[in-house]
Design a protein around this ligand. Sequence first.
Ligand code: SF4
Length: 365
Amino acid sequence: MSGFVCLDVSSAVSSSQLSGFKCEFGDQGSARFDALGAWCSAHLGDDFFRRLVDGRILKNNHLDSSVQAEGVQARLQLLVEQFRGNPEFLSRAQFELISSVPDSAFSELDALYPQTYPEGVPVLPPDRYRDWVVPVTTGCPNGQCSFCVFYRDKPFQVMNPSVIGTRMVNVRRLVNESRSGVFLGSANALALPFHSLQSVLSLIQTEFPVLPKGIACFADADNLSPKVRSRLKELAEAGLSHVVVGLETGSSVLRGAINKRGDTVPTEHLIRELKQAGCGVGVTVLTGFLAADDFEQHCQETRRFFERVKLDTQDRIYISPWFASDEGKPAQRAINEMAQMKATLQTVTRARVTAYSSHNFYYFT
Ligand code: SF4
């Protein structure tokens, strides 16, 4: 039995604390569990399994529909049985949590997911991958961007407050462990009316009282009420800490060509207003979504945009290589342009410039 060690024992005892815990099984592997004892990730033998919030399983970094969550839990239950009654390595509470998870728990979570996330969780900024995602809207108020693979032509709808409250409870059942922040889903939560936003932020502060990274969301400068714009400071005081604004390119001409509003000035103003309100800012930039001949203009005008808009070290620029939904991954040109764009922007901004590929985003338990 040597080599079996459970970490974070005390925090696992009370599921109300929402803390997960990790166990190590010597040369047989290790696993991380949520606060109710359901596995989240597991090294078993030579294989590494990760459970996604939507119920799918990654085995050795590839989706594998032949692996069932309950099957992995059963293997782990057999493993902890070997260490039953050994308080040096496994608390009784942890043993009981892991052992008491029934097969039906995973099918219940699978059923809960589409009720909670009607349009899934298609993408998050890379520094917010481990947030609780609380859906407050569906669709996008713009919905016209020619390159958009996530929300194009999906009508924008604001959920009513009772639905949002129910979904917050569901989120805590689906992601039953501590997370450091909340992300308001989906495409543009800042398009909510001011008082709805205030209510949502207040409800989150009650439901998720400990949030070191605060509350974040996506925003689009062209779909924002004047009232929200003028009262951003109140939203920041209510917990809004980071807003990710869709720029894509600093070129007004090229923005117009992809069905975004051609004028970048509203985006510049919104970024300044957010910073004055005390919010951290993220800005998205794409590569590979324009003709190759347009890249130089895209790169230089985006550089000039960030020369005008002063970002700080707490801010982020996310550069993502675009891909068509039927391609599944970005083309090499998009990746090369991403590297060139990153090197260019790093010369003019204090923000952290992050290259990331949204095509391999998974929302993990
Ligand atoms: S504003 Fe953003 S989410 Fe909406 S259609 Fe355009 S790219 Fe997609």
